[in-house]
Write a protein that binds this ligand. Structure first.
Ligand code: COS
Length: 384
């Protein structure tokens, strides 16, 4: 094992223990209070998790995709809400800067993001532009050395905590389509930004999503990501390729937890004079789930290694996100079924995890969008 591999191995081990010993026991409190306790946030920072994707020269861990996936698989054993707190920041909230930012932009933001001092949100979705991201209508109009941004962004994760927003806005008329979209790095204290109260959701309590409204929000031209107009859509897609692989790792980590919950209950619970784990119909549900969880994990690890080797993984990350999140949904359903009536009450974690896992098939591109991407890339391979 190289020194680097040894370090990552130790870190993954520390994250594994942290998830199981600290995060899992904190889940009921997070559910009740809708907040992640300050002590846990402090420990997430100490582990360096806010800086996973930030290169070492800017104070982050500078992880490759495989290394990132390893940590995410461990942390996602606990409620996905914990991951959401730092993972969105240094996922879609930061990847645009890492991939496309100017040197000045990297120096200004990445060190603070890496320590968790500054959180970052990704503002792409709008009330009338979700899956069809290229149809967004937020405008950024150049006025001398400034751009004036107007528009509403929807479902923005961590907006109430964020110090920085990556905002996608149209700098060219609608007819220019995706090529007319630019990205801006907008600081929270810029006049003209309103962050609405967080939504009340089906699950994911402890993670906060809000509308962010930009009204005549004037930002200097230096806020333009990469200093270049028109590159915003491609930058967003590139960030999403990465984030979808990360999300597949979240789903694969959750699969392991869900199976542990189902197995534990199946061993404890007795009916017809025996633990229900001894019944073959229960075993069938466990076996199908384990096979799918293993497949999800193997896919993520393979695609992550391919990405690290420099391959384009647009299709593979869509395959991973699609398969792993759908598998997690099926597994949550089976594990709840194993719990029977007890799965439907709030006493067992499965009821909450079942609600939480539902979101994975929707955000960062629905399953149907992943299908479209997979088919598009497959056809592209033969020039069709
Ligand atoms: N990486 C780099 N460039 C990409 C890309 C990728 N993964 N995907 C598309 N592009 C480029 C294309 O090559 C094209 O550029 P050219 O015109 O120079 O060829 C441009 O971006 C437009 O691509 P396309 O025509 O495929 O865009 P569409 O409008 O058809 O949209 C989908 C494509 C549906 C895939 C996109 O809108 C999408 O991902 N939607 C879901 C959005 C989402 O995930 N939202 C979740 C909330 S954000 S957390």
């Amino acid at each position: 094992m190289s020194d680097r591999e040894e370090t990552i191995h130790l870190l993954a081990d520390a994250v594994r223990r942290f998830a199981r010993e600290q995060l899992v026991p904190a889940e009921p409190t997070v559910e009740e209070t809708d907040e992640i306790p300050g002590d846990i946030v402090r420990q997430l920072k100490e582990l360096g998790l806010f800086g996973m994707t930030v290169p070492e020269e800017y104070g982050g861990l500078g992880l490759g995709m495989y290394e990132e996936a390893r940590l995410v698989l461990e942390v996602a054993y606990a409620s996905p809400v914990f991951r959401s707190y730092f993972g969105t920041t240094n996922g879609v909230g930061t990847l645009g800067i890492v991939n496309d930012g100017t040197e000045e932009q990297k120096r200004r933001y990445l060190p603070r993001i890496a320590t968790g001092e500054m959180m970052a949100s990704f503002c792409l979705t709008e009330p009338d532009s979700g899956s069809d991201a290229a149809s967004l209508t937020t405008r950024a109009i150049r006025e001398g050395g400034y751009f004036v941004i107007n528009g509403t962004k929807r479902f923005i994760t961590n907006a109430i905590h964020a110090g920085l927003f990556t905002v996608f806005a149209r700098t060219a008329p609608k007819e220019a389509g995706a090529a007319g979209i630019s990205a801006f790095l907008v600081e929270r204290d810029t006049p003209g930004i309103t962050v609405a109260a967080p939504y009340r959701k089906m699950g994911f309590r402890g993670s906060h999503e809000s509308d962010v409204i930009f009204e005549n929000c004037r930002v200097p031209a230096s806020a333009l990501l990469g200093g270049r107009e028109g590159g915003g859509f491609k930058s967003a897609m590139r960030s999403l390729d990465h984030a979808r692989l990360h999300m597949a790792a979240v789903a694969a980590g959750m699969c392991e937890r869900l199976i542990d919950e189902g197995r534990r209950y199946a061993i404890e619970r007795k009916q017809f004079g025996k633990p229900i784990a001894s019944f073959q119909l229960i075993q069938g549900m466990l076996a199908d789930s384990q096979a799918e969880a293993y497949a999800a994990r193997a896919m993520v690890e393979k695609a992550a290694r391919d990405k690290d080797a420099g391959h384009n993984v647009t299709m593979e990350s869509a395959c991973c996100k699609y398969f792993a999140t759908e598998a997690a949904g099926r597994i949550a359903d089976r594990m709840l079924q194993i719990h029977g009536g007890s799965g439907y009450i709030k006493e067992y974690p499965i009821e909450r995890l079942y609600r939480d896992v539902r979101l994975l098939r929707i955000y960062e591109g629905t399953s149907q969008i992943q299908q479209l991407i997979i088919a598009r890339e497959l056809l592209k391979q033969v020039g069709a």
